[in-house]
Ligand binder design. Structure first.
Ligand SMILES: *[C@@H]1O[C@H](CO)[C@@H](O)[C@H](O)[C@H]1NC(C)=O
Ligand SMILES: *[C@@H]1O[C@H](CO)[C@@H](O)[C@H](O)[C@H]1NC(C)=O
Ligand SMILES: *[C@@H]1O[C@H](CO)[C@@H](O)[C@H](O)[C@H]1NC(C)=O
Ligand SMILES: *[C@@H]1O[C@H](CO)[C@@H](O)[C@H](O)[C@H]1NC(C)=O
Length: 457
């Protein structure tokens, strides 16, 4: 009897470990269509299954540091949207490869990105939530997501990934996100700290978080556009003054019937900015259904052609038939100002400010940077919530230099074991590394390397 239940337990254990390893498929990719010869860096792709029955399957690209993978930081990078594919960050921003835009989209070649973050860190790029990139779900319910579901799934993903890659448990860990993932990244980071404090195993070597052009507050960030437009000379002093006076600081969700003078001021503002490209106020505003080669979006077709190619999917070890057409980003999920929930995504967290506030009491470092020509989530609003954290200034606004030129400006705040560096990158638009790749890389590299943050408080 005792023996019987013992062998039953053994079977259970075997089944259990089998179900974990079977769904965490991973493979080393040594070559990719479009790149001549073997890849000069270590790329692994795979899926991590999350949920009781692993019904959500998240696809990832993992690149080991090209410098010193044993000691360099591990960056877990969440792409925005929500619903943008990790291909955007991998091939257009901080990954080791770029598309060669000189070639025709139907004959794509890949080149090395000299400013890849994999030159200083191990980086995990993940397609998250399900419905983004190559990630998918096996049940109806698991296709449905929300800010809080993504935060939970990202934590589960990271933990499972590290259990499966124990060699990286000792590397300094940074949670990172761009754009919309500014809502989710601080939540994931805080949960890692809390799990360590609870004694959850394995303990993760969390050091802090990195945010690029984050959305933090669904009111504040959009509201700051009016002040930004004034600073950047897109609206006159007069228009700004009338908006300030008539709207009393609230330029979002105004009731036009009860506050018609504010509505009038905002109409003048809208007239001035409606044909401005929010992602970079200096770049042309393009017609999405008639893209020209001078439009940045024109080059996004390279990704779609490449990722939908059968040979590419085979090389990446994509599970056939799990998604339909691969999309650059999932338009149903993608958030725009004031958007209501959709059938597949609920925007259930209005602000991540309170999570930043809680992180201030941890032994934690934060790097937050933004392009000064980005009007999506202007640096003005980012600076406002950072100031609202009420931290003492450790080193005040000063230029930082890249190749002997001013790359932008930075300010560092510090209190006890917490430090936060806020930087603006001069001349950059929304996805900073796409506009100013070298500045983004140098800024991040220096910050990662400078572990000597003094705090006097
Ligand atoms: C595709 O690119 C390769 C490498 O540059 C070149 O040899 C080949 O002729 C091109 N094919 C077409 C159809 O343009
Ligand atoms: C977008 O995500 C939803 C929900 O996950 C999914 O049903 C839909 O197929 C996705 N759309 C695209 C174009 O991938
Ligand atoms: C955008 O391009 C489409 C297709 O060429 C055209 O029908 C439409 O009028 C254009 N829209 C604007 C605002 O120019
Ligand atoms: C969101 O839903 C509300 C209530 O149904 C509606 O009044 C509003 O127009 C919707 N907003 C958008 C941006 O669709």
């Amino acid at each position: 009897m005792a023996l019987k239940s013992f062998s039953f337990l053994l079977i259970l254990l075997t089944l259990h470990s089998f179900s974990i390893t079977s769904s965490n498929s991973k493979a080393i990719v040594t070559s990719l269509p479009g790149y001549p010869g073997p890849l000069p860096f270590k790329l692994e792709t795979g899926y991590v299954g999350i949920g009781e029955k692993e019904e959500a399957q998240f696809f990832y690209y993992f690149v080991e540091s090209e410098r010193n993978p044993d000691e360099d930081p591990l960056i877990f990078y969440l792409t925005g949207g929500p619903g943008c594919s990790a291909v955007i960050t991998f091939f257009y921003q901080i990954g080791p490869l770029s598309f060669n835009f000189e070639t025709a989209p139907e004959n794509i070649t890949l080149t090395l990105n000299p400013n890849s973050w994999t030159k200083m860190a191990n980086v995990i790029y993940v397609d998250m939530p399900a419905g983004a990139g190559f990630s998918y779900a096996t049940t109806q319910e698991a296709w449905i997501s929300s800010d809080s579901i993504v935060a939970k799934q990202a934590n589960d993903f990271l933990r499972k990934f590290l259990i499966d890659h124990p060699k990286f448990l000792k590397n300094p860990l940074y949670i990172s996100g761009i754009s919309y993932m500014g809502i989710v990244t601080p939540i994931v980071t805080l949960e890692v700290y809390n799990a360590n404090e609870r004694g959850d195993q394995p303990a993760l070597n969390i050091q802090g978080y990195i945010l690029c052009s984050p959305l933090t507050d669904k009111f504040m960030d959009f509201n700051s556009r009016v002040e930004y437009a004034h600073r950047m000379a897109l609206i006159s002093d007069d228009i700004y003054k009338s908006a300030v006076e008539n709207c009393r600081g609230n330029y979002v969700n105004i009731d036009e019937t009860t506050n018609s003078i504010c509505a009038d001021s905002l109409e003048r503002y809208n007239e001035c900015i409606s044909d401005i490209n929010m992602e970079d106020i200096l770049e042309p505003l393009c017609n999405k259904s008639d893209l020209k080669p001078y439009c940045r979006e024109y080059y996004y077709d390279f990704a779609a052609d490449w990722a939908n190619d059968e040979a590419v999917q085979q090389a990446l070890n994509i599970r056939q038939g799990t998604i339909g057409t691969w999309e650059f980003f999932n338009t149903t999920m993608h958030y725009t100002e004031g958007k209501n929930d959709t059938f597949c995504y609920s925007y259930d967290i209005a602000s991540s400010f309170s999570y930043h506030k809680k992180l201030v009491s941890k032994n934690c470092r934060a790097l937050i940077f933004s392009g000064d020509h980005d009007m999506t989530f202007p640096y003005v609003g980012i600076e406002q919530w950072i100031v609202a954290l009420g931290l003492p200034v450790d080193s005040s606004w000063e230029p930082f230099y890249v190749s002997g030129q001013v790359g932008g400006y930075k300010t560092t705040y510090a209190k006890k074991d917490f430090s936060l560096t806020f930087a603006t990158v001069k001349g950059a638009g929304h996805s900073v590394a796409q506009y100013k790749p070298k500045e983004a890389m140098v800024l991040t590299e220096r910050w990662l390397d400078s572990k000597t943050y003094l705090s006097v408080m």
